[in-house]
Design a binder for this molecule. Structure first.
Ligand code: ATP
Ligand code: MG
Length: 462
């Protein structure tokens, strides 16, 4: 991983290397792309805009991914036409966005994003201040200054994302030596890295995302400032970070992504409590999170749904015990302490990453389920099995066991129970009775205390 991260196949780039005003032009045949590989709708939008007298290209991830023989996630168009001019050309177009004004053109289920060429920010230019603004630290707050094609290329984040494909002439325009970096498998920022991170710290996360997703290295000058600039993520609104975190962990390469984020100090900026747990109980925390992410990656690769709640439940779980213990130290009984710890932990996490309510509730339910799964007497097991959260709770139990938590074979018991016939199930419940499993009168609090040293207590200690 580290080798991959810091690999650099070439001598340090000269300053002028990735900033040029005339593009390298790759003619048909020199690039290996074919127009039929692109979305038919996106190509027709480009043709239509060009016929109307505008410049228009396919740009960004789709050109990059096709050069790598990967299926593009979506198809983006860049044009000299303004949003209003674009809308005038297409009936099915809508202007969206505030930070970036974009046009969405809809064809059935496919949406093509069309963006007007933008310029990078001239720092103190009064004529642009109405449309673009930065705060004192250089962060871009709004970004709607239109520009030329050349300027549009320079304001993009990475060289591999600044490739423009013209399906009409079948040519690629390359202003930043992006084709070279695609071939050498390197993520390289355009321009001066520190300045580019200052403008938009999320680019640090994007560097990691593309490196993991494409299995690229991060070029030396691009990776070098990240560790010390990671704190800039604190200035990013929680809602944007939530979106980015989902992209990071649903990319199909979440396990690698996680290692890189930790290594580059980015993880601790977004998940401070989990980062603390990584220090306090390194091997347990690392194993649990890693196993959760490896599972997530498998599901993504198999095209199965992944719920963000499960992901966040796993990322935060190792931070719970320390908090619950602290609350117990202040006199709360174990179960309320656990619930209060969960509540506090989620509230605290939401100050960094705005996890929407529709996910925070299921996170708590998955955690609650961990308290309930050991209590199986009487009708409880069957009631639990019918609980809509059972599956997630059971999967989570197996995850905890995979990280070494001692649960007295609880996961196996539930695996067997699900496969068992009715009479076998009754027998399994009868067997529990002999073990004096939590009877109603025992109450959760007493049971927890009794089990603490034997179960959770052991497992959370390193
Ligand atoms: P993906 O496969 O994830 O969609 P993508 O490269 O298309 O990858 P998007 O987030 O869809 O990424 O952005 C589209 C393009 O917009 C990028 O290729 C890049 O050129 C530009 N871009 C996006 N975010 C930024 C940013 N924060 N700073 C500069 N340029 C950006
Ligand atoms: Mg894209």
């Amino acid at each position: 991983m580290l080798k991959k991260l810091f690999q650099s196949f070439r001598p340090p780039a000269r300053q002028v290397h990735h900033q040029r005003s005339t593009p390298e032009v790759l003619n048909s045949g020199a690039h290996g792309l074919q127009r039929h590989q692109f979305s038919r709708h996106a190509v027709s939008i480009v043709e239509r805009l060009q016929q109307a007298g505008y410049q228009a290209y396919l740009v960004g991830g789709c050109v990059r991914d096709l050069l790598l023989n990967l299926p593009p996630k979506d198809f983006d168009v860049a044009t000299s036409a303004t949003p209003e001019q674009i809308r005038a050309e297409f009936r099915n177009a809508r202007i969206i966005g505030r930070r970036f004004r974009l046009v969405h053109i809809q064809f059935g289920r496919e949406i093509i994003e069309v963006a007007t060429f933008r310029a990078n920010h001239p720092e103190d230019d009064a004529t642009t201040s109405r449309h673009s603004s930065r705060n004192e630290s250089g962060l871009i707050l709004r970004d709607n200054v239109y520009g030329s094609l050349e300027e549009d290329a320079q304001r993009r984040d990475f060289t591999i994302n600044a490739l423009y494909y013209d399906p009409v002439s079948d040519r690629i325009l390359d202003y930043a030596n992006g084709v070279h970096d695609v071939r050498n498998r390197l993520v390289r920022l355009i321009g001066e890295p520190r300045q580019r991170y200052q403008e938009d710290p999320v680019r640090m996360l994007r560097a990691v995302r593309f490196a993991a997703k494409l299995d690229f290295g991060i070029e030396r000058h691009t990776v070098q400032p990240i560790r010390e600039m990671a704190t800039l993520l604190q200035g990013i609104p929680g809602a944007r970070l939530f979106e980015e975190v989902l992209k990071l962990f649903l990319s199909g390469q979440a396990a690698d992504t996680f290692e890189m984020l930790v290594d580059l100090n980015l993880f601790e900026q977004m998940f401070p409590a989990s980062a603390q747990a990584l220090e306090d109980t390194p091997s347990y925390t690392h194993t649990l999170i890693r196993n959760a992410l490896v599972n997530t990656d498998l599901r993504v690769q198999e095209g199965k749904p992944v719920t963000p709640a499960f992901l966040f439940a796993a990322l935060l779980w190792p931070a719970l015990p320390a908090r619950a213990l602290a609350l117990q130290g202040r006199g709360l009984p174990p179960i309320p302490a656990m619930q209060e710890a969960a509540h506090e932990l989620i509230a605290e996490q939401c100050q960094f990453i705005a996890i929407p309510k529709r996910f925070t509730l299921p996170i708590k339910e998955i955690w609650d389920m961990q308290e309930r799964l050991p209590r199986r007497n009487g009708k409880r097991a069957d009631v639990l099995l019918d609980n809509p959260r059972f599956r997630a709770g059971y999967d989570f139990l197996l995850l905890r066991e995979s990280a070494g938590e001692q649960t007295d074979g609880l996961g196996q018991w539930w695996t067997d129970y699900q496969d068992a016939t009715d009479s076998e199930r009754r027998a399994m419940i009868r067997d529990l009775g002999n073990r004096d499993e939590a009877s109603p009168s025992a109450g959760p609090a007493r049971k927890k205390r009794r089990n603490n040293s034997r179960r959770k207590g052991d497992s959370f200690a390193e």
